[in-house]
Ligand binder design. Structure first.
Ligand code: F6R
Length: 610
């Protein structure tokens, strides 16, 4: 998730572009750059690091001209560095891009075979070269962009300028957002509304497949074949702060509702639905290595540890491989034994958590092969690992992790499927079922989130006054119970415990009375009957039971005080759905209590202390 901006008009472009990027920094902040046409040629300034580094560079090397494009980056291909920062240039063509090009490996190889010299590790530079090749065949800029895009699969919001034309920006969109802004004799372009708000409130949202030629006085919209397209103009009356949160009250709520999009980005290019398999070329593990592992140890902290627990169930079930999960801090606190041919999978949103980083180094020093499942590209943990399988959730700003958790689940499930297929434990038919199941998760998430928009607020009002809340789950739902309890604790400051349903009668059941709401995760899976018995045991002791169950489950509805219904999917994929009501419940309880939802007390987004 990066941010792009564009300006063509009568004013100096650079200050407007920098201002737009500042308002889009929430979309990414590991490097930034501008390209401005000075009347003769396009000049580019890029810097690694936050936007202020670019601003400093622009003081030394000012860019002048009334047309330009800009970018703030959140790395997806290639580590954060100046050479990987946008804009990317090929001959007269300069490009900024937000999105992920799925077939980048194939395109890169083709260009290398043609003798093209690539400067960066990014997928975006490939687009610049494709456009340049088409220009040199005699096409105009918009024709060249269309022809280049015919070769590209994946998600993009692109803005392209040519040194031969100081009056036009060509932009195109597929899957990544793009907004046009209409001024008086000037036009604006941005990934999102906040970038444009100080300049205009008249905006047009582009749709997938749209290509636009932006000039100072007009925007000409076509489709990818060049046919005319019309999109409505809208008046936006949001305040700048509302706009940054896309109209949501808190980043956490925005990030909860962003999960279908985050999942799509994470799954993009990794599900081969035709072959019914998972693509993990980027991870760098061979099929032979996959067959040779003797055991898997998953290491993580907090929410990432809960995701790792789900990963353990997936790896054991799908790959028939012994798997164990460790808290990174505890792994360091004992004399952990690394067996021969052990794979250590490290899970971390930030890639910088100190305990997880030190545990990574320890496992590596003891001879393990280390794979990092991390959201922040180029962070410390992947740098100390043998390979990385990145989640593509985009920057997560709310301290309580939501969208990063679900994308971690997706990567762990994909990795489990990949391992299972390579090790022979997983049939082609079941692999295909799981691949299809994963492909449908984003739309199931959207439906479920939409259906809970008002009901979870009501539920939070009904149960949110409790002093203690219990969350119960069994099998793959046990880590989700732990995650539900952690979310509630950290943002609403209510005491909450997650328990394996089967453990209740060994002690914690004594806590239950009429005051204690008990969430029971009881979707139809292999543990359904036993989980239902546990639900009834809680009910029989006076608990107020909130069931998270499969749609149409009258047996559960008959014995519960409240029910959240989740749509059917493969039981292993259900955690991706059952976690959603728990995230929303915590959010609404915290919001009613008036806590600082995005920055809860005593917590930090990245924990770099022991
Ligand atoms: C809770 C939360 C934390 C993190 C933990 C590990 O919502 O976000 O528990 O999961 O601090 O952080 P990462 O994943 O960055 O290693």
């Amino acid at each position: 998730m990066c941010g792009i901006v564009g300006y063509v008009g009568v004013q100096e472009a650079a200050p407007i572009l920098v201002d737009g990027l500042r308002r889009l920094e929430y979309r990414g902040y590991d490097s930034a750059g501008l390209a401005v046409h000075n009347g003769q040629s396009v000049e580019v300034v890029r810097r690694s690091g936050k936007l202020r580094e670019l601003e400093k560079a622009l003081q030394e090397t000012p860019l002048t001209g009334a047309m330009g494009i800009g970018h703030t980056r959140w790395a997806t291909h290639g580590k954060p560095s100046e050479v990987n920062a946008h804009p990317h240039t090929a001959g007269p063509v300069t490009v900024v891009h937000n999105g992920i090009i799925e077939n980048h490996l194939v395109l890169r190889q083709e260009l290398l075979d043609q003798g093209v010299e690539l400067q960066s590790e990014t997928d975006t530079e490939l687009v610049a070269h494709l456009v340049e090749q088409q220009l040199s065949q005699g096409l105009d800029l918009v024709g060249a962009v269309r022809a280049a895009l015919a070769r590209v699969r994946g998600a993009y919001a692109l803005a392209v300028v040519s040194s031969a034309d100081p009056t036009r920006i060509v932009a195109a969109k597929h899957s990544s957002p793009m907004v046009l802004g209409f001024g008086q004799g000037e036009m604006f372009l941005g990934s999102d509304i906040p970038a444009l708000l100080p300049y205009t409130r008249e905006m047009t949202f582009l749709e997938d497949g749209d290509v636009v030629v932006l000039e100072a006085t007009r925007a000409t919209l076509t489709d990818l074949e060049g046919g005319p397209v019309e999109r409505p103009r809208q008046h936006i009356d949001w305040s700048p702060v509302m706009a940054e949160k896309a109209g949501y009250k808190h980043f956490m709520l925005k990030e909860i509702f962003e999960q279908p999009r985050a999942l799509e980005d994470t799954l993009r290019g990794r599900l081969d639905r035709e072959a019914g398999d998972i693509v993990t070329a980027e991870v760098g593990l061979s099929d032979e290595q996959a067959r040779g592992f003797s055991r898997v140890t998953l290491l993580a902290c907090g929410t990432s540890h809960h995701a790792a627990m789900v990963g353990r169930y997936a790896i054991e079930e799908l790959a028939g491989l012994a798997a164990q999960v460790e808290l990174a801090s505890e792994y360091r606190a004992r004399s952990a034994v690394v067996t021969e041919n052990e794979l250590v999978v490290v899970v971390s949103q930030s890639g910088e958590t100190l305990d997880t980083l030190e545990a990574t180094k320890l496992a590596k020093s003891k001879g393990a092969t280390v794979l990092a499942i991390v959201n922040v590209i180029g962070s410390a943990i992947p740098r100390h690992s043998d390979g990385a399988f990145y989640t593509h959730a985009g920057p997560e700003i709310g301290v309580a992790s939501t969208k990063c958790f679900s994308t971690q689940l997706a990567n762990l499930l994909m990795f489990g499927i990949w391992l299972g297929r390579r090790r022979g434990g997983l049939s082609a038919a079941r692999t295909r079922e799981l691949v299809e199941g994963l492909a449908h998760i984003p739309s199931l998430m959207t439906d479920l989130l939409t259906s809970m928009k008002t009901s979870m607020g009501e539920m939070a009002r009904r149960y949110g006054g409790a002093q203690d809340v219990l969350f119960l789950g069994r099998g793959v739902q046990f880590p989700i119970a732990l995650e539900g309890a952690l979310k509630l604790k950290e943002i609403s400051y209510i005491h909450a415990e997650g328990y394996a349903s089967g453990e209740m009668k060994h002690g914690p059941i004594a806590l239950i009375d009429e005051q204690v709401p008990v969430f029971v995760l009881v979707p139809r899976d292999g543990n359904y009957e036993r989980s239902l018995s546990n639900l009834q045991e809680a009910k029989a002791r006076g608990a107020r039971v909130i069931a998270v169950a499969s749609e149409g489950d009258d047996a559960v509805a008959g014995v519960s005080d409240s029910v959240v219904a989740v749509p059917p999917t493969d039981p292993l994929l259900l955690p991706l759905l059952t976690v959603l009501p728990l995230q929303l419940f915590s959010y609404y309880v915290a919001d009613f209590k008036g806590t600082d939802v995005d920055q809860p007390r005593n917590l930090a987004k990245t924990v770099t202390v022991e």
